[in-house]
Design a protein around this ligand. Structure first.
Ligand code: HEC
Ligand code: HEC
Ligand code: HEC
Length: 113
């Protein structure tokens, strides 16, 4: 009887550990260089955004949490060029309007080239 209870307890404990491992999901690189065409690549501080925005979907609603997801979708024609950029800029503009700390809105501040 007693051993059975311990067994059940262990199964529950293992389940919780697995759930915690999934909860601590892959957050990706801290900084990502995004292909920016002729205008030059864009150095994107990923972890800064994760900390400030909390919601992964603020960006990943447009593309999955995979390496090179943007270019992969653009090649397939499932994402237009500058579509992600518009998402970046619109949010920066909105935060600026609201008087909050924000990111760049001018071309050269994002595109290194
Ligand atoms: C402000 C926008 C934004 C937010 C918010 C965001 N991401 Fe990302 N994430 C990106 C971009 C841009 C890429 C790069 C895609 C590419 O390389 O084409 C990316 C890539 C990734 C990758 C792929 C691995 C890598 O390093 O390239 C993972 C995993 C990931 N994100 C996880 C997350 C998780 C988890 C969250 C929420 C905690 C999150 N992201 C929030 C923009 C964002
Ligand atoms: C907040 C950062 C940011 C700002 C500001 C910004 N861009 Fe971008 N831009 C990006 C990112 C990220 C991409 C790549 C993803 C995409 O195509 O949506 C990109 C892509 C592009 C592309 C497509 C390149 C290609 O061939 O794939 C062009 C053209 C471009 N930007 C021009 C501009 C111009 C012109 C301005 C100023 C009016 C500007 N960008 C301002 C981040 C920015
Ligand atoms: C939903 C809102 C939102 C989106 C989408 C977003 N950003 Fe930002 N970004 C912010 C905010 C808020 C900050 C200010 C963070 C801080 O320093 O507190 C910021 C800051 C930045 C900074 C300056 C970071 C620093 O350390 O000074 C860069 C560069 C930047 N963003 C690039 C991008 C690019 C490129 C994209 C698109 C791939 C993007 N952002 C998408 C909200 C957003």
């Amino acid at each position: 009887m007693m051993t059975k209870k311990i067994g059940v307890f262990l199964v529950v404990l293992l389940g919780l550990t697995a759930a915690a491992a999934i909860g601590g999901q892959n957050k990706g690189a801290k900084e990502i260089l995004i292909h920016g065409g002729n205008h030059g690549d864009v150095l994107f501080p990923h972890n800064v955004h994760q900390g400030v925005l909390k919601d992964c979907g603020a960006c990943h609603s447009l593309f999955p949490q995979d390496k090179n997801a943007i270019q992969t979708l653009q090649t397939k024609g499932e994402l237009k060029k500058k579509q992600v950029m518009t998402q970046c800029r619109n949010c920066h503009k909105e935060k600026k309007k609201a008087g909050l700390k924000t990111g760049p809105t001018s071309c050269k501040k994002c595109h290194s080239g």
